[in-house]
Write a protein that binds this ligand. Sequence first.
Ligand code: FAD
Ligand code: DLZ
Ligand code: SF4
Length: 504
Amino acid sequence: MTDLVLILGDQLTPQISSLSQASPETAHIVMAEVTDEAFYVRHHKRKLAFTFSAMRHFRDALRATGWNVTYFTLDAGLASLREAVARTLQDGSYKRVLVTEAGEWRLHQEMRSWADTLGLPVLVAEDGRFLASHDDFARWAEGRKQLRMEYFYREMRKRTGLLMDGDKPVGGQWNFDKDNRKPAEASLFMPPRHATPVDAVTQEVLDLVADRFAEHPGSLDRFDLPVTRAEAEQSRDHFMQHALPGFGDYQDAMLAAEPLLYHSNLSTALNAGLLDPLDLCQRAEREYREGRAPLNAVEGFIRQILGWREYVRGIYWREGPDYVRRNALDARRPLPDFYWTGETDMTCLSKAIGQTLELGYAHHIQRLMVTGLFAMLADVDPFEVHEWYLAVYTDAYEWVEAPNVIGMSQFADGGLLGSKPYAASGAYIDRMSDYCSDCKYDVEQKTGPTACPFNALYWDFLARHDATLRGNPRLGPVYRNWDRMDADRQSALRNSAGAFLASL
Ligand code: FAD
Ligand code: DLZ
Ligand code: SF4
């Protein structure tokens, strides 16, 4: 053997760059379930089960196509991926180790020392699963004063030709967001959720996780995530057929009894390598071109993958390992305990968190405009918020989670990613969801113990951060409204927020 190829738990595709540089005749593969990866945050039980099951299925698929694979299960007791490599190296004679770059700075930095400690060359290959390489993003960002997603996205549309008519965007517009903000009615027909059945490999992993990770958050009940490429493709096809047509209209809507609405629930499979981003975008485009899905839905879906997903990755690697420690608003409050239990009288939070603990899933607006919004308005330490998001979602890896949390949702990067904080009062949640009709608090009331806490928190947040935020041109009208309020009104709002924060 000449090459030892290490494949990580979120690199589960035969197209991964480490493998494409090797061949079954001369290479040996190692994969390992290790405690460092399993415990670096308190991963949701469902994420652990997904990861181990998908890894084991990928091992079997590799062996079936002729590769030699050493696979360490958690029972082997290995602490780290480095240890798994070192152990495998002892059993053969190798010239080099091949690995595709990790998706988190933590592991990426650690790998830099492997060549020294292992005593042979370690080739870290760029991850080719993205539509923009590190160089592509650096070239786009070069010399720009602001790195706005919208302009990056337009470049990506032009480069890939997705939804383009020549050099013009299909439909004459880059963005159909104004059509995409409809609230959903509970009476609306919802696409059926696609459930993948549990096989023997997954059942074994579910038992392992229940036994070894009992203290971790979340539930394993009704585990239905796809864990193989074929299953993920079935979920993809189900989404394209049943949900994509409504994706645009109801993208921002929230219903207590419908966690998914028209969302795809494909991020977990996609981030682990079971699906390919370009293929997803091309298939969505075909649904539009062949008349099965409207343009606002297809453009919205493609923008999430071709635009946001690629853009946040670019930001993560560009900004460096200290990005997760940014705290532009100097927020210091500890994360309230109810984030780990869902036990709060605020129905929007208890539903979004309850659903998260049950499924390891919440859609974008729940993450941004419920759990994220509350944490920002309450001045919760962004690093604690980041660790929560990294732990509780089955699709969470730092490269995608951190810019969404630190940048988009908490404004802790001071406006690098978003031009203004996503601050809103209870009226936004009321407009976009059915949560408020079943809440102890009154969304119409602005102050006092029975008023929706978001209302006073919103104004108190703006007043608290006056020195930092008033100069933001996009917040000018909001501060003018605040300035127009009389002093009694302002202090009633601030006292109400203060009393609520003190009770947390
Ligand atoms: P859909 O709504 O069906 O969207 C389709 C696909 O677009 C998703 O599968 C995803 O791959 C991509 N996408 C959509 N929005 C984004 C975005 N803002 N950034 C990157 N990709 C996007 N996404 C993750 O994959 N992992 C995370 O850890 C994560 N953490 C987030 C934390 C916060 C605070 C916020 C606001 C967003 C986060 N997102 C994260 C982005 C987004 O919420 C999820 O990708 C999406 O909810 C996944 O559900 P879905 O597959 O049904 O997505
Ligand atoms: C998320 C995860 C978990 C829970 N466990 C493992 C593991 O035991 N072995 C492994 O190779 N990968 C695991 N992963 C995925 C890694 O954490 C992921 O590859 C890095 O965070 C880089 O993105
Ligand atoms: Fe949330 Fe306020 Fe609505 Fe209650 S009233 S669900 S706290 S937004």
